[in-house]
Write a protein of this length. Structure first.
Length: 338
């Protein structure tokens, strides 16, 4: 309890503010280290509490578990000769299996990808998970490298638009191997924002493994995104443990990680939703994706909402419009997965 009080009273200091302090002052350095440790400790505690809530609030309709599997080794390895430095990364994932279905029933699978730069699969998604379980879907939600709540080391493994795609795809394969009831011919993938980018890139890279993909307000063009975002946001990508260079210094790498620049790969049925008043993913990014898909002659579905209340989260909240929009998603998924 005392620790929680300390965390609540501690002033929030971001990484940029800490790095701006004089480096030659040992007291300032020690304070920065303690602040960073508190930040990661707080995120770990929040994650532990959130894990409990998944069980408490879904146990009536689903068997909830949290599993671990391996994915590709880190992309950036500071000391390649260090012990275990190039070992496969261990990925955690939430799994949900519907209760009260016949043991012989074959289940369709949804790979549910969370969003956020250093985000995680939080209970803010719980109502959507409940709706999907109610329709008979099994779900896996990978906590791909860079996700928050697992300490500094895992946080610094982030590889936006890179190996995190393999982390999510490895989760799909783990779920099929571990649960024979799941039908490998009925696997879909969904995500919003950063999760929309990962969902798209999974479908582009593994077209035979997904029968449907939904991308809500997806990050679509990292080159354009670096242009309209703040310097502190750009610093998240150019950090030495991440891409290591700005878009100006390596524009081809940012394009390689952007769905709009990979649109020609699409072979999977796709539904895209976006919103003109999105305060996070500017609609210009998604419009670029849509135009790229059209130019490549791809068949897909999309809808651009005009100033829908809720902005970036417009169809993830609890309004009637949000429920109607999610009903469109579920109808689209059912067409290919049921």
């Amino acid at each position: 309890m005392l620790l929680l009080v300390v965390l609540q009273l501690a002033p929030a200091v971001n990484a940029q503010e800490r790095e701006a302090r004089p480096t030659g002052d040992p007291t300032a350095q020690r304070i920065s280290q303690l602040e960073e440790q508190l930040d990661f400790l707080e995120s770990t505690l929040r994650k532990d509490i959130d894990d409990l809530m998944w069980h408490r609030r879904l146990d009536d309709i689903a068997i909830v578990d949290k599993v671990r599997y391996t994915s590709a080794p880190p992309r950036v390895v500071p000391n390649p000769t260090g012990q275990g430095a190039t070992n496969p990364v261990i990925i955690r994932a939430y799994t949900f299996i519907p209760r009260n279905l016949p043991e012989t029933a074959r289940l369709p699978l949804i790979v549910f990808v969370h969003g956020g730069v250093h985000g995680s699969f939080e209970t803010s998604y719980l109502h959507i998970v409940r709706e999907l379980i109610g329709q008979g879907y099994a779900i896996i939600a990978p906590e791909y490298r860079g996700s928050n709540g697992y300490g500094r080391g895992f946080w610094r493994l982030i590889d936006y638009g890179g190996l995190e795609i393999d982390d999510v795809h490895a989760g799909r394969q783990w779920m099929l191997d571990a649960h024979p009831r799941i039908d490998p011919q009925r696997v879909g993938i969904i995500g919003w924002s950063h999760g929309g980018l990962i969902s798209l890139m999974n479908a582009f890279n593994y077209p035979n493994d997904y029968k449907a993909v939904y991308a809500g307000v997806p990050v679509s063009d990292l080159v354009a995104r670096m242009g309209y975002k703040s310097q502190s946001y750009r610093d998240l990508y150019s950090a030495p443990y991440h891409l290591g260079k700005t878009a100006e210094q390596n524009v081809s790498e940012y394009r390689r990680r952007s769905p709009a620049w990979n649109a020609g790969k699409l072979q999977t049925p796709l539904l895209i939703h976006t919103n003109t008043n999105d305060e996070d993913v500017n609609v210009l990014e998604v419009e670029h994706l849509i135009k790229s898909l059209q130019a490549a002659g791809k068949k897909f579905e999309y809808k651009i909402y005009d100033a829908a209340p809720g902005g970036h989260a417009f169809n993830r909240i609890d309004t009637r419009l949000a429920r109607e929009s999610r009903a469109e998603i579920y109808q689209f998924l059912a067409k290919y997965l049921k």
